[in-house]
Design a protein around this ligand. Structure first.
Ligand code: C2E
Ligand code: CA
Ligand code: CA
Length: 657
């Protein structure tokens, strides 16, 4: 029959083997870098020592009565066992605090959490630990924890309870941490931690009541094995190809940072792009994967690899656990500078572009969604900087506020169409341009330069353009503008919209519903955006022209495909951008540009409209150059419909056309 001693020896051997396998596994898998990994390995080593002590105790147990050496071995094994095992629960607590992101880095651990109260707790628990270890150390003299009786049998002393109570408290505290962070743990982590707690507590309970069954260490070793596979092993948290963390783990880790208020500096390296102008011959030859890999390898020289996250399309986030900006800004600067040098990718030397943002957490973001927003929202040209941080990022707050305003705008009726009259060169009324305004209940007046790009981004520009068109149709259907000689009301179109299937048919349907003459409506498009698919745009314009609408090319003189647009798009009128008019007053070159533009348009038998007319001198210049129509503050700013009707009412009296 197997004795209890043999049985327990078997359990001790099993525990030892499990621990050692876990250590070997961890080391082979090279999971030793993070502080969390180090604490884990330390726990396993402690546990291996405990199991080793178990083995020697049970071997020595058999011959303790006949051999003094065996008895000494037994006593020493017990001694080492107590010394080390008493430390396990507190270390487990620290391990858990790493897992739930409570102390992410040794350096800044709890840096911000520290309050006087915490110091008292820290001193208290440290003192209790020291006293406990001291009681164990002096046990051979005082026998407070355990002793061996006359028959050399192990006996518990009342002091041992002190170890159990402390361990229970540490374990309980770690459990509270887990519960507190329940929502920010992945399912695997939750499951394996739950199993670990059940195993450990069962082990402790069994051994508490049946001290001769050496099961506690084995149960702990099994619990830690679960942890090895589902907490230490991070395959589910990784982007395997790039060997950095994935968006899911970013979201969990950042939640932990925000929840625990861990001071962190987050670097976002975003909009990583192939620089087309710098590498014209390599276009399309370098894969996106190769680019991402090179960038990751570089970033890994700046921060530890386990602080890098790949967030979707060529956006990387780097966490720096620090409560001051200095180091993070310096690193951000270095990363940004790196993009001014070529990258060696697949034997080619190529140039990449990127923007770098530095976000101080938890101050600058309340939720993970805020950060994702910052990582993804397009950066308006005028706010673009090499490295953006602190107040440089204020525009994002405004941007997202405007985005919400635009989103609720159509429902709340915040949009209003203003009209800016246009004139013949002799100052007689010609028509008007419909320009959108937005009056938001929270943000006040917002101008189209700010809200139109946002409406395009969130995909409601079609509804907005539709709204303008309907408003214009409604006004025209009253017949009032026509009565005062307004032959043309211009509506701006987003080129992105024009390219959509069925666009021309849709426009025609809307206008027909109001029974408005189509020649009363003209559309303005900005050609520079349209250059990608000219043919298609030409077709749309042709269709709309056939049914009677007129077409204007807007902002002529700003884009680089101007001339092309002039030749290929069947526009009736070319709107010369205000910068061209204003440039003519600044230099001779500007003047000849304005002059040649007007001449060129004339040669093509099209008309010109100059916008941004503010002075009488400009009108004289334009008249001399042969410009056809005028628009600008000289006559009127864009005004609400009622005011517009007043203006045309008075102007029409002088009209000769
Ligand atoms: P745009 O089509 O080039 O419109 C002309 C802009 O120049 C208007 O700005 C107008 O107020 C301004 N402007 C006109 N005359 C003068 C002048 O003498 N001096 C100065 N300094 N400015 C003058 P606004 O209304 O802020 O519109 C800005 C842009 O937003 C427009 O440029 C247009 O591209 C876009 N936009 C406006 N309304 C709509 C719309 O309903 N749909 C679409 N898709 N875009 C719109
Ligand atoms: Ca326009
Ligand atoms: Ca314009």
């Amino acid at each position: 029959m197997i004795s209890y001693t043999d049985f327990s020896l078997g359990l001790a051997v099993a525990a030892f083997l499990v621990c050692i396998s876990d250590v070997i596994f961890t080391v082979i898998d090279k999971r030793t870098e993070k502080p969390q990994n180090k604490v884990y390995i330390f726990m396993l080593l402690l546990l291996s020592v405990n199991a080793g002590c178990g083995i020697t105790s049970y071997i020595a147990e058999k011959s303790k009565m006949i051999s003094d050496t065996a008895f000494d071995t037994l006593q020493i094994s017990r001694y080492i066992y107590f010394l080390t095992h008493a430390l396990l629960a507190p270390i487990f607590f620290f391990y858990i605090s790493f897992v739930v992101g409570r102390s992410i880095n040794w350096r800044t651990s709890r840096a911000k959490l520290r309050k006087a109260k915490h110091y008292i707790i820290d001193v208290g628990v440290t003192l209790a630990l020291v006293v406990m270890e001291f009681m164990i150390i002096v046990n051979p003299v005082f026998h407070w924890m355990w002793y061996f009786d006359e028959q050399r049998n192990f006996q518990r002393a009342s002091g041992e309870m002190f170890i159990y109570i402390q361990s229970a408290l540490w374990l309980g505290a770690s459990f509270v941490l887990v519960m507190h962070s329940w929502n920010i743990l992945s399912k695997n982590r939750k499951d394996s931690l739950a199993v670990c707690y059940v195993l450990v507590i069962t082990g402790i309970m069994i051994q508490l009541f049946y001290s001769h069954i050496y099961i506690e260490v084995l149960m702990e070793a099994l619990g830690f094995t679960g942890v090895l596979f589902f907490v230490e092993n991070e395959d589910d948290r990784k982007n395997v190809e790039l060997d950095v963390y994935n968006p899911a783990s970013f979201s969990l880790d950042i939640s932990a940072i925000l929840k625990n208020q861990i001071p962190t500096r987050l670097l976002l390296v975003r909009d990583i792009k192939f620089d087309r102008t710098a590498n014209p011959t390599l276009m399309g030859k370098i894969s996106g994967d190769a680019i991402q890999k090179s960038v990751v390898e570089y970033l890994a020289t700046k921060v530890k690899r386990y602080h890098i996250y790949a967030l979707g399309h060529r956006i990387f986030a780097l966490t720096i656990y620090d409560n001051s900006d200095e180091f993070a800004v310096k690193t951000a600067q270095e990363i940004s500078d790196r993009f001014y040098k070529p990258w060696e990718i697949n034997g080619n030397s190529i140039f990449l572009k990127a923007s770098v943002m530095m976000i101080a957490l938890p101050e600058r973001a309340k939720t993970v969604a805020d950060i994702i927003y910052m990582a993804e929202c397009p950066i308006p040209e005028k706010f673009r900087k090499k490295v953006m941080y602190g107040d440089d990022l204020n525009w994002i707050i405004r941007y997202s506020a405007v985005e919400s305003a635009v989103t609720r705008g159509l429902k709340e009726g915040s949009f209003e169409v203003y009209y800016q009259p246009t004139y013949y060169i002799d100052k007689a009324l010609y028509g008007a341009e419909a320009l959108l305004r937005m009056h938001d209940s929270e943000l006040g007046n917002i101008y189209p330069d700010e809200f139109i790009p946002i409406a395009e981004k969130i995909g409601i520009i079609d509804e907005i353009d539709d709204f303008v068109l309907r408003e214009v149709c409604r006004l025209l259907s009253t017949g009032v503008p026509q009565k005062y000689g307004i032959g043309h009301i211009n509506v701006n179109l987003s080129v992105m919209e024009c390219m959509k299937d069925g666009f021309a048919e849709h426009i025609t349907k809307v206008v027909d519903a109001f029974e408005v003459e189509k020649h009363n409506i003209s559309f303005e498009i900005t050609e520079s955006v349209a250059s990608n698919d000219y043919r298609h745009l030409e077709e749309v314009i042709e269709k709309l022209k056939t049914v009677g609408f007129m077409f204007y090319i807007d902002d002529f003189g700003t884009g680089y495909s101007n001339i092309h647009a002039l030749f290929s798009l069947g526009a009736d009128v070319i709107k010369i951008d205000k910068s061209v008019l204003w440039g003519a007053e600044q230099s001779e070159l500007g003047m000849s540009l304005l002059k040649s533009t007007i001449e060129m348009v004339k040669d093509m038998h099209k008309k010109t409209l100059a916008e941004g007319v503010e002075t009488e001198t400009q009108i004289q210049t334009l008249k001399n150059l042969g410009c056809d129509y005028l628009q600008g503050y000289y006559f009127s700013k864009p005004v609400p419909e009622s005011e517009f009707l007043k203006i045309i009412n008075t102007s029409s009296e002088v009209s000769t056309h």
